[in-house]
Design a protein around this ligand. Structure first.
Ligand SMILES: Nc1ncnc2c1ncn2[C@@H]1O[C@H](COP(=O)(O)OP(=O)(O)O)[C@@H](O)[C@H]1O
Ligand SMILES: [Mg+2]
Length: 249
């Protein structure tokens, strides 16, 4: 069965997900195995590599590729999400000493290295069942980095903190402020404060814009199609909105 995400070369056979092998997949699997060995089950189990493919366990549940359904846009959801990301980062923080520094990650750390960043924490990479978060999928963007790098992007996507004209935007400014606070309280306030989150959100999105521009110039077809669909323009609009409505507030 084909699985629908951003591309069409991902499919499911016998409760396993088959995805194309990438230069970083071996290192991703080592980390996923570490998480499962440590008892963290909110990620797919690595099930082996072939010459061209990776196999990971299928997490049963729903993945929402656009907005979360209304019944999930709750404070309780934001708190659960923050706690799960915190746990994920705590395990990542214990893992980084195992890295050699030679791993060919897709993304390079733009920050101090404190943990393993998922790199793309968003509803479209989150499996949910009965309003409960089952786990995160799609670890192609895994790389060492800082907690705030992942947190800022998760807030951008899940709160969400976006320009009101972004089709994925929802909720009032007050709703968003409350959700950001609840998220950060549940994650734990010892690592960063609320104000710097928005500066990091801008940096994270600028990095994405630069990454997309560079990949498109190298002929990356997927990225070119995203740019043609208006995604890059959308990020630039969101950046401006965050700078004017959220930074230094
Ligand atoms: N381990 C998994 N468990 C459950 N569903 C998965 C899993 N991996 C992928 N999927 C499904 O396949 C879709 C695409 O996979 P994903 O790994 O996110 O790749 P991409 O975003 O590059 O298309 C996801 O939106 C999800 O519906
Ligand atoms: Mg995905």
């Amino acid at each position: 069965m084909n699985l629908h995400g951003g591309r069409n070369n991902i499919y499911k056979i016998d409760e396993m997900v088959i995805r194309p092998l990438q230069p970083w997949t071996k290192d991703v699997h080592l980390f996923l195995k570490y998480l499962h060995d440590q008892g963290f089950t909110g990620v797919p189990k690595p099930m082996g590599l072939t010459q061209h493919e990776e196999r990971v366990s299928f997490l049963e549940g729903d993945v929402y590729t656009e907005n979360l359904p209304l019944e999930m846009q709750t404070d309780a959801f934001m708190i659960d999400l923050a706690k799960l990301i915190r746990q994920f980062h705590d395990f990542g923080a214990r893992y980084i000493h195992k890295l050699t520094g030679e791993e060919p990650w897709m993304l390079t750390a733009k920050t101090t290295v404190e943990t393993m960043c998922h790199g793309d924490l968003a509803p479209y990479n989150t499996v949910i069942m009965d309003n409960q978060i089952i786990g995160f999928i799609d670890f192609d963007t895994l790389h060492p980095g800082s907690r705030i790098w992942d947190v800022a992007y998760a807030l951008y996507r899940f709160v969400p903190v976006m320009h009101p004209e972004n089709p994925e935007d929802l909720g009032t400014h007050e709703d968003k402020q409350r959700k950001v606070k609840l998220f950060l309280q549940a994650y734990g306030s010892e690592f960063f404060n609320e104000r710097e989150c928005f500066d990091w959100m801008v940096l994270r999105l600028k990095y994405l814009v630069d990454f997309m521009t560079e990949e498109a110039s190298k002929g990356n077809e997927t990225v070119i199609s995203h740019i043609e669909a208006g995604h890059l323009e959308g990020y630039l609009k969101d950046i401006h909105y965050i700078q004017t409505h959220w930074c230094n507030q």
